[in-house]
Ligand binder design. Structure first.
Ligand code: SAM
Length: 286
């Protein structure tokens, strides 16, 4: 049996194609990494797997063996042709030729009546919009197991309040319990990406970790806070018009016993939730 590198090169040659850099095409050629991704996604015949960016189908092949159904979403028509040829005999294979950011994932999941898990080696140029879409659409899914850039992975799975945290850290923490699965060397792909990669697993929480009156308000405050993360949080919120004026910000911080010199990344999710709740109350009664 040919190894993955030989198989990948054979397919590329047969269809006379090259990896398209602008579509983030870095194909996995390391069987150990593929096994680890599939094992950590914990797949059974009861599951629907949505794979984003299947490419030449290296990961797809393993998913098809284990899952009840695999629905792939791939933007590149050339890849879609290859995948259709390659997996025509699999009854549990379906492919959608579309930009994942435009697909109504909720509709797909609701039609299948299976436990849904998302598995992917993501195109790195749109990692953040994809993760945000998966979380903000409040999909009925159990987990997201993805390969992404290490630097982004570490920000996503950081704990709010850590230096590494960004606005997305709080979103991920609100919706998921996260876990690092493994770091992946550049030599596991052709062509080799310029950055190191990491596989992470995000398990969707059944209940949210904080009580907040308006999620929208809380995430809007977090976004404003991190847009000027070098400034004190009070200045960032005042400049970003998240508060009426600096006076209101100072009062709220005093009420909540938050240091007036704190910066965005020093706050816990609970503190952002308290901030959002208090601001909402202020608006109601003033
Ligand atoms: N899964 C394959 C593997 O591991 O070898 C390929 C992964 S490659 C990093 C990313 C894949 O995402 C490519 O096949 C690329 O064509 C596809 N892709 C890029 N942008 C996309 C988009 N907006 N929607 C869906 N797929 C996209």
């Amino acid at each position: 049996m040919p190894n993955i590198l030989e198989e990948t090169n054979f397919i590329l040659k047969k269809y006379n194609i090259r990896a398209n850099k602008s579509l983030g095409q870095n194909f996995l050629i390391n069987q150990d990494v593929i096994d680890k991704i599939v094992d950590s996604a914990n797949i059974s015949k009861e599951d629907l797997i949505i794979e984003i960016g299947p490419g030449l189908g290296t990961l797809t092949k393993e998913l098809l063996e284990r899952a009840g159904k695999v629905i792939c979403i791939e933007l590149d028509t050339k890849m879609v042709k290859i995948l259709k040829d390659r997996f025509s005999l699999y009854k549990n294979f379906e492919i959608i030729n579309e930009d994942v950011l435009k697909v109504d994932l909720n509709e797909i999941i609701q039609n299948e009546h299976k436990t849904c898990k998302i598995v992917a080696n993501l195109p790195y140029y749109i990692t953040t919009p994809i993760i945000m879409k998966l979380l903000e659409s409040k999909l009925d899914i159990e987990s997201i197991t993805v390969m992404i850039q290490k630097e982004v992975a570490e920000r996503l799975i950081a704990t709010p309040g850590q230096k590494l945290a960004g606005a997305i850290t709080y979103t991920v923490y609100y919706y998921c319990e996260s876990e690092k699965i493994l770091e992946v060397p550049n030599s596991s792909f052709i062509p080799e990406p310029e950055v190191t990669s990491e596989v992470i697993k995000l398990k969707i929480r059944k209940t949210t970790p904080v009580n907040v009156t308006s999620e929208k308000e809380m995430f809007s405050i977090i976004k404003t806070a991190f847009m000027q993360r070098r400034k004190t949080l009070i200045n960032a919120l005042t400049n970003g018009n998240a508060v009426k004026n600096k006076q209101e910000a100072l009062q709220i911080f005093e009420d909540l016993k938050i240091d007036a010199n704190a910066r965005a990344e020093e706050l816990t999710l609970n503190q952002f939730a308290d901030l959002a709740n208090l601001l909402q109350t202020n608006r109601k009664y003033k």
